[in-house]
Design a protein around this ligand. Sequence first.
Ligand code: NCD
Length: 317
Amino acid sequence: MSEVLATRHLLGIDNLSAEDIGLIFRTADGFKEVLARPIKKVPSLRDVTVANLFFENSTRTRISFELAEKRLSADVVNFSSSTSSTKKGETLVDTVNNILAMKVDMVVMRHADPGAAIFLSRHVDARIINAGDGTREHPTQALLDAYSIREKLGRVKGVKVAIVGDILHSRVALSNVLCLRKLGAEVMLCGPSTLMPRHARDLGVEVSHNMDEALRWCDVANMLRIQLERQGGDGIANFPSLREYAMRFGLDRKRYEALGKELVIMHPGPINRGVEVTSDVADGPESIILHQVENGVAVRMAVLFLLAGGPGRQARL
Ligand code: NCD
């Protein structure tokens, strides 16, 4: 079994093999043990400098990465800017030059433009981790989601996962599909046809526009947030109203009970309570939403540690 990732950067799940994902999970298992100790810190990334560059709003992903870096004893610098008016080229070239000048070893970047992390990886001599690039990919979210399914059900292979909601605008959906398929899960995408990519079936998944059908089919329901900020005009151009969306695709206790079987309920957050899921489901016993958040730190520690070179770091960075 290899102890080294076959990639220098984490730009998307498409660059990872099933073996890479297995290595990340095994490494995360070790870090979960560290996080359960009274002293939750290890010296693994001492002398490594990580820059968190967030050009798009984020709370939990930014905090999760920062905590992961600090638990590994890395030096951390943060930059946040939600100014969307700056043009992509200018912003990124500026960023590149700043990073080079600061001698940063690793960059965690969130950006509104799809492909921004790929662009950066071609222009800087640092390891790049994509923390979400527009509607394209959000690889660490998919890794922590699959890790959480593995933890809850003991396996990912053969598990039926329904991903429900705004598939069209969701980087979490694409990264989840790629990750789950690589690990042998069966995936169904479910949402209104206006929020479903036209060629979704080409990803090797089932597609449904009927929520009850999807829920009857699956073992796990991952309820994605409606990406209000990525819709047209007033934010609800792709469906009549949030109320109607909730009636057709929202999950409440009544709908859950009517299924007559157990499901694992997931949500990447932030939740629009009462839209994708009601509070009695989000906070209920079948929800693993807070486990996802907890596992996010261990999985991100694993990614940072492995990209920095794993156990033989000094030789590789
Ligand atoms: C996701 C994101 O930003 O893509 N959230 C997150 O990483 N915490 C999902 C979302 O915003 O809906």
